[in-house]
Ligand binder design. Sequence first.
Ligand SMILES: Cc1cc2nc3c(=O)[nH]c(=O)nc-3n(C[C@H](O)[C@H](O)[C@H](O)COP(=O)(O)OP(=O)(O)OC[C@H]3O[C@@H](n4cnc5c(N)ncnc54)[C@H](O)[C@@H]3O)c2cc1C
Length: 258
Amino acid sequence: MAKEGKYTIQKVTYIKQWTDHLFSFKITRDESFKFIPGQFARLGVKKEDETIVWRPYSIVSADYDEELEFYSIVVPDGEFTQRLKNIKINDDIYIDKTNYGLLTTDRFENGKDLWFLSTGTGLAPFISIMYDFSVWEQYDKVILVHCTRLSEELTYQETINEFFTHEYYGELVKDKLKYVKITTREKNEADLYGRITDLIVNKELEDFVGIPFTVENSRVMICGNPQMVDDTRRLLAERGLTISRRGNPGNMAVENYW
Ligand SMILES: Cc1cc2nc3c(=O)[nH]c(=O)nc-3n(C[C@H](O)[C@H](O)[C@H](O)COP(=O)(O)OP(=O)(O)OC[C@H]3O[C@@H](n4cnc5c(N)ncnc54)[C@H](O)[C@@H]3O)c2cc1C
């Protein structure tokens, strides 16, 4: 693929439409592009005036995958996604050569329970982390929480359920993974109903999973809607959990999407 200084130009190889405003796509991967599961890439699409508009996107793929998968919202009037939504197979996507982000499990020490708290497309980095075998070796429980407004937005269920029978991870995953589907606007097929923050306050989330948040055992990664991220972080801080900082490992790592 063409290399242009700080970025490379890759090709779209796969597109999956989940709903009218949610889709996933894959692009070819330059052999020099490296990332740690949980990190994001900076993607660019060309505008009509030939300039490139860039946005950060979490990587869904395993670090060993040959292609890179992304999961996207379509924002009405969004400068980037109103263009991205029209991509076709073989179209060009620009990708910065650098990998970014601190939503990675190496920010934690010890801990028994790894929590992934996500809203909407904030699920993406956690799929990538789940492909990391060391996570399944290291933690006793991995709790994946995906919260959306509607049940049709509870995407990637097939991919997540495949972890339970995965040829390498399956044996570990089936005893360790708890997958919790939450919706806020309809009850349907979800496990719980309501906002993550409310379900933490009323303890429904911990009761459903059967595991409490504790300073000693919990390592919590939070990603997606900034309001959810901030409110959850505050609620867990009230329970004694701290943000992990470089050289000072704690309980929480967070990423705001806007
Ligand atoms: C570190 C990081 C990683 C990100 N990873 C992803 C990802 O994996 N998938 C993804 O779809 N987006 C992701 N985003 C958001 C993404 O960069 C863009 O904001 C999004 O694609 C919309 O771009 P836009 O130009 O169309 O609209 P923008 O002008 O960028 O955003 C307009 C508004 O749309 C809303 N919005 C933006 N992104 C989202 C979203 N993901 N879900 C719901 N509402 C949103 C917000 O209200 C925002 O103010 C990430 C952002 C950050 C900072």
